[in-house]
Design a protein around this ligand. Structure first.
Ligand code: BDP
Length: 717
């Protein structure tokens, strides 16, 4: 008995010593994402500001969703659910548009907010006003208030005003009709196609809430490598069921269309975009789609890329193909997002140059409702790439950014790599296409284009049916960061990381500092242990898991890692200067001049643009060979540091999520080491040089690394 008392006393003491928030005591599985609404220490303040909610009469489903979210959030944070009130007063949250708010509560400057912006502000008399020009704006405002409350903002002095800088903020699901997900590492597709349209999984609502909390307003349901069936009546009924669930949350549904659909369905004799029967088929198909999905967003198209059919099969241009589809959806207000990710098997030109070569001449030739969707870099979602040269080079065409949120080339969902910093790096890059500077973000925001043309950003989703949604707790941050940057491409990745971590893990300042520090370092760690100094595309064939810089036997030159690193006795790197492929000429002249000289090329992109001798002197004083080895070692050390930092955070994180993350970090350390060992073994063999002094020899002979096979790696769709 006495012993028991002592144990209890010790436990009580431990509990007192532990951080203030009791959240660690509760096991969490990550399902609630950043919308956890756990008890906050200033619960009294929150209650005082949210005793009741005044909503417009006859609320739409969207307003009902906003009110329900406020109730859920306040109840979670305070234990007390706000009631309904009919009149604004102290402690009420009043939601409304200029048409429904009492005149005295309508904030100034509402017109400038546009259709989706919101104001959240503390009015006199202890009233909080959430105002917008549309119900969707009110929903976004409700989420903004909840974000403020759950991150500990001063609720008495709120003065937030925010409007999205881009119109289309879209997730691209690479989800197949059999529920597999191309490049998906979080289980099956969340779309249970088989059970749709009858069964509407409740998870779809949680998906919609999460996206609406970020302002994501569109979702492409199916893989860019599309099938004709998706546009047949039974599948349209499934898409329509999803559209019904997502609509109240301001999310429109889009579909990836296979260019040869009418031909493959045997409903036309050709898929030539200039054939009248083909244009007529697409018009009728668009009419059919809009009958079942009245707010259908439009089509996403991957054409003449990696074996997909397209207008070039009929010697027509990308503009011919895009404009034909655009004409079909235009009467309904739809758009076409036409991808610029093209490179042809027969084309001997540097793969990094092919999209520019094909699309630049088409500038100004696309219909008003077409956006050309361009990947962030010229190759393919590598851990680091320079920005795509098309940004800034097609002033008469709306260019939509395509980021990959799923980590195909960055260690799947296993490695911790916060992509906010990577997205930010591209968005903040100066294209130098304007004397005063013109960042990629500004291009995407439409700074060059005619006013009124659409703007947008796409993120290849990392969402699946696993409990964590994204395959790991930290991968949720990449969904979050993508959404926040789609709303404001000039936002800070550090601020976003902090905001995410505060909602997802803890508000304890020391813990937050630690988590944010880990996130901010993580992507650079991956770059260092996989592809330092501008190396790229040296991953395993097909699945892209693990190192394989030695692969040289694939049918097409540009499928082989050796094509990208060009390492030999003489040196390493891809010469993209005038002496080499001259890809540099696709950038603004001032930038091209700077990057033409290795000494004025940013070190992180050195081997992207230059082939240099192993003895090339680096700014550090080391030779290139020694610097490369040093970076690989640094990457491993960074991965180990992430693991150690996480251990130190144990007192602040609930046991289950702490363990989940720790387990993955152990894998990351092991795989970072593997990357380092295999790459150094290989580059040493081709350079014929001894390892630089102080660099440890890889534990296994090169052949052992080469022999590793991963026939069942996930995500190949
Ligand atoms: C590559 C992926 C491939 C995609 C392709 C694309 O490996 O699965 O289909 O991009 O974006 O990165 O179309």
């Amino acid at each position: 008995m006495k012993n028991c008392t002592r144990i209890f006393a010790a436990l009580a003491l431990l509990a007192l010593m532990a951080p203030a928030a009791p959240a660690w005591a509760q096991e969490e599985d990550g399902y609630e994402l950043w919308l956890r609404y756990r008890p906050v220490r200033e619960a009294g303040v929150v209650t005082r500001h949210a005793r009741s909610i005044v909503a417009p009469a006859n609320p739409s489903p969207t307003v009902r969703a906003a009110v329900a979210e406020l109730r859920r959030g306040v109840k979670g944070m305070t234990g007390r659910e706000p009631g309904a009130a009919t009149r604004p007063g102290a402690g009420t949250i009043v939601l409304g548009t200029p048409a429904t708010l009492p005149a005295a509560l309508v904030p100034a400057g509402m017109a400038a907010l546009g259709p989706e912006g919101y104001v959240v502000h503390s009015a006199a008399g202890g009233i909080t006003v959430i105002a917008a020009n549309s119900d969707t704006g009110l929903l976004y405002g409700a989420f903004a208030w909840l974000r403020a409350a759950s991150t500990g903002a001063a609720l008495a002095g709120l003065a937030q005003r925010s409007a999205p800088k881009l119109q289309l903020r879209v997730l691209n699901h690479w989800d197949n009709l059999d529920r597999t997900v191309e490049r998906g590492y979080a289980g099956e597709s969340i779309w249970n196609w088989w059970a749709l349209p009858d069964v509407r999984d409740r998870r779809y609502v949680d998906y919609a809430r999460a996206n609406a909390s970020l302002g994501i307003n569109g979702t492409v349901l199916n893989n860019v490598n599309s099938k004709p069936e998706i546009l047949t009546a039974p599948w349209l009924a499934k898409a329509a069921a999803l559209a019904d669930v997502l609509r109240p949350y301001g999310i429109r549904v889009y579909l990836s269309a296979r260019f040869s659909t009418p031909l493959e369905l045997k409903e036309t004799a050709t898929a030539d975009p200039l054939a009248p029967e083909v244009a007529a088929w697409w018009r009728a198909k668009a009419d059919e789609i809009y009958r079942v999905i009245p707010d259908f967003g439009g089509f996403l198209v991957k054409a003449n890329s990696e074996g997909q059919p397209g207008p070039q099969d009929y010697r027509r241009s990308h503009a011919d193909g895009a404009n034909m589809l655009a004409a079909a959806v235009a009467p309904h207000g739809g758009v076409v997002m036409w991808r610029a990710f093209v490179y042809a098997a027969e084309n001997p030109v540097d793969r990094a140059m092919q999209a520019y070569d094909e699309f630049k001449p088409l500038d100004g030739k696309f219909a008003a409702n077409v956006l050309v969707q361009v990947k962030n870099g010229p190759i393919d979602f590598q851990p680091r790439e320079p920005f795509h040269p098309l940004f800034g080079a097609m002033p008469a065409t709306p260019l939509m950014m395509e980021f990959q949120v799923t980590k195909e080339y960055l260690g799947y969902a296993t490695h911790l790599a916060y992509l906010g910093t990577m997205f930010e790096e591209t968005l903040r890059a100066d294209t130098e296409r304007s004397p005063g500077g013109l960042t990629v973000a500004q291009v995407v925001e439409g700074a060059q284009g005619r006013p009124g043309r659409p703007t947008g950003m796409a993120g290849v989703a990392n969402i699946g049916s696993e409990r964590t949604w994204s395959g790991s707790h930290f991968d949720q941050a990449n969904w979050y960061a993508y959404g926040r940057l789609a709303w404001d491409p000039q936002a800070s990745s550090r601020a976003i990381a902090r905001e995410w971590a505060a909602q997802t893990f803890t508000r304890e300042p020391r813990a937050l500092d630690g988590i944010v520090a880990m996130m901010m370092d993580s992507r650079e760690a991956v770059v260092n242990y996989m592809t330092p100094l501008g190396l790229h595309h040296i991953m395993g064939t097909g699945h892209h898991h693990g190192p394989a810089p030695w692969v040289a036997d694939l049918e097409r030159p540009d499928w082989n890692p050796v094509y990208y690193h060009k390492a030999g006795r003489d040196g390493i790197g891809f010469d993209r200067t005038a002496a080499g492929s001259n890809a540099l000429a696709q950038y603004a002249p001032s930038l091209a001049r700077k990057y033409a000289d290795p000494r004025t090329t940013p070190e992180p992109l050195l081997l992207w643009f230059h082939h240099l001798p192993w003895d090339y002197p680096m700014p550090s004083g080391r030779t290139l060979w020694a610097e490369l080895a040093n970076r690989y070692d640094q990457g491993v050390a960074q991965a180990q540091a992430l693991r150690a930092q996480w251990t130190a955070l144990r007192p602040y994180i609930d046991a289950r999520r702490h363990e989940d993350v720790a387990t993955l970090l152990d894998v990351q350390v092991r795989e970072a080491q593997w990357w380092r060992d295999a790459c150094l073994a290989y580059f040493q063999s081709v350079s014929g040089r001894p390892l630089p002094p102080g660099v440890k020899a890889p534990p296994l002979p090169l052949e052992r690394y080469k022999a590793l096979q991963f026939p069942y790696a996930p995500g190949r769709g």
